[in-house]
Design a protein around this ligand. Structure first.
Ligand SMILES: Cc1cc2nc3c(=O)[nH]c(=O)nc-3n(C[C@H](O)[C@H](O)[C@H](O)COP(=O)(O)OP(=O)(O)OC[C@H]3O[C@@H](n4cnc5c(N)ncnc54)[C@H](O)[C@@H]3O)c2cc1C
Length: 475
């Protein structure tokens, strides 16, 4: 019997899903959260020759396209290449970003233009794509379903218990409506306010304020065209990311959905009370933050019809990401300021690596004894944590440094920054820089590192060396 079948057994008044299974040769992976990281994990677990059984549990009633623009930098695009999804992403409105332009806040004068397009593809082996978050999620959702992942919407996970008796060695995922799902492995992909994080750490660990908040929104091409402003018309036609840098704030603008929609994010000092995640601000207040800035930008800002404030949060490296066969991924374990365009990318890398490790273990020799299997999975997830923690922490702290770089007040440090940046094109973006944004080695390690190839190699090492694993055992 496949562990993907649903068992609606009545047990003390609550239904069980997939209970009373003997341990079989196929792992049942339950993923909590159908965000970008959770869906990437589902695809990665299903695309192997011997796929895992996958159930994704998502609390929203319906998967509707929420959010605005998001980046798929080359490190995440490489994962999409492995999944065979790059063309679908492009058909869904994703496009290759040609250029990343930094501008002065006062007049919009260009500080530096960093070419992406072909250069990025050549140097890092994959494109830099921009897309609407909802379209990205739909492509991943569709791929996960086509590959056979079960998606349960309108279903909230409230706890994880240890299996006993016939469920010994398994994790019991407890749902809000009382139903329970037996799993070999549970992945907490439940985002910034993760409850799985509390389960793994054994204590609450709310994310920490970064000092910034974001206003985000999209608007139409017609809105921009109505200004009859040649500078705005010029920006509309480019497949570029435009960033205006100013004291303690910045603005990011780029097209979406074949240039029929445009994305604007305004990053300013956080003035929300502690503990408030989002709040409706006023358009007037939002506009005032950019008084005296480039008139092209202030016109673009006037297209926003909502001023929802999103507090931006993060935290320093967690003590651990795993508890037995339960692991965290994405924003649940390493939320970040979005200033390197890497929040979703790191979540996607996490999910893809988990898929490699779990399916490789399953292909090798998964133990059929509950205790031994538990040991194998615990050790494997610890390997995942070792593979990911340093890289994601470098990203979180790198984004903090980028904040400093973006938000310099006018003065010596800002002039030094602008002068250094203006020299980067002559060095063909190959040299060192004080700032991550322009430092070739940093960019190469962030964007060019093949995390999947690395995971394959590290799995082989682990399988050879880890004394707690008897890979040949099928007791
Ligand atoms: C609604 C939304 C809109 C966003 N918009 C943007 C944007 O426009 N631009 C941008 O750059 N970033 C945006 N982000 C953030 C970005 O998507 C994430 O930072 C990044 O993709 C990492 O995602 P993740 O998979 O770790 O978590 P998330 O994308 O946050 O996904 C977590 C998922 O888990 C689900 N979940 C949480 N708790 C439970 C539970 N107990 N049981 C079941 N399901 C649960 C949530 O409903 C959610 O779908 C948005 C995030 C969200 C949730």
């Amino acid at each position: 019997m496949s562990s993907m079948e649903i068992h609606q057994e009545q047990s003390s008044g609550s239904a069980k899903i997939g209970s009373n299974r003997p341990l079989n040769k196929t792992l049942h992976v339950v993923i909590v959260g159908a965000g970008l990281g959770g869906l990437a994990c589902a695809i990665a677990c299903r695309r192997a020759k011997q796929p895992c059984d996958v159930t994704v549990v998502e609390r929203v009633p319906e998967m509707i396209a929420i959010g605005s623009g998001i980046h798929i930098p080359p490190n995440a695009c490489r994962v999409m290449q492995h999944f065979g999804l790059v063309e679908q992403l492009k058909s869904a409105g994703g496009y290759v970003v040609q250029d990343f332009t930094l501008r002065r806040y006062k007049d919009g004068n260009i500080i530096v233009e960093k070419p992406l397009g072909e250069r990025v593809k050549r140097e890092y082996g994959a494109d830099w794509i921009a897309i609407h978050r909802g379209d990205y999620q739909n492509v991943l959702l569709d791929a996960a379903q086509r590959k056979g992942a079960r998606i349960m919407t309108d279903t909230e996970v409230v706890d994880i218990e240890q299996g006993v008796d016939e469920s010994e060695g398994r994790q019991i995922v407890v749902l809000k409506d009382g139903r329970r799902i037996d799993a070999d492995v549970v992945i907490g992909a439940d985002g910034l306010w993760s409850s799985m994080r509390e389960f793994v750490l054994g204590r609450p660990m709310p994310p920490v304020e970064t000092g910034d908040l974001a206003y985000r929104g999209t608007f139409t091409r017609d809105q921009l065209k109505s200004f009859h402003d040649p500078r705005i018309d010029g920006l509309i036609e480019k497949s570029n990311v435009q960033v205006w840098l100013g004291p303690s704030r910045h603005a990011v603008f780029y097209p979406l959905r074949n240039k029929t929609e445009f994305n604007l994010v305004l990053l300013v000092a956080d003035d929300l009370p502690e503990g408030v995640r989002t709040a409706q601000g006023s358009l007037e207040e939002m506009g005032k933050c950019f008084d005296g800035w480039d008139p092209t930008l202030t016109r673009i800002i006037s297209c926003l019809n909502s001023a929802l404030k999103w507090k931006l949060l993060h935290f320093k490296e967690l003590d651990k990401w795993t508890k037995g066969p339960v692991a965290l991924l994405g924003d649940a374990s390493h939320p970040t300021l979005p200033y390197q365009g890497q929040g979703a990318a790191m979540a996607v890398e996490d999910g893809a690596i988990l898929g490699v490790l779990l399916t490789r273990l399953q292909e090798r020799n998964l133990s059929l004894s509950p205790k031994a299997r538990n040991g194998q999975l615990t050790s494997l997830l610890q390997l995942y944590e070792r593979l990911r923690k340093q890289r994601t922490e470098i990203n979180v702290s790198g984004a903090v440094l980028t904040r400093e770089f973006y938000h310099l007040h006018d003065g010596d440090a800002q002039q030094e920054r602008d002068s250094e940046l203006s020299k980067l094109p002559a060095a063909k973006w190959q040299g060192p820089s004080k700032w991550n944004w322009g430092d070739a080695a940093y960019q190469k390690s962030l964007l060019g590192f093949d995390v999947l190839a690395d995971a394959e190699n590290r799995f082989d090492e682990w399988a050879r060396k880890d004394p707690s694993i008897v890979l040949r055992s099928t007791l």
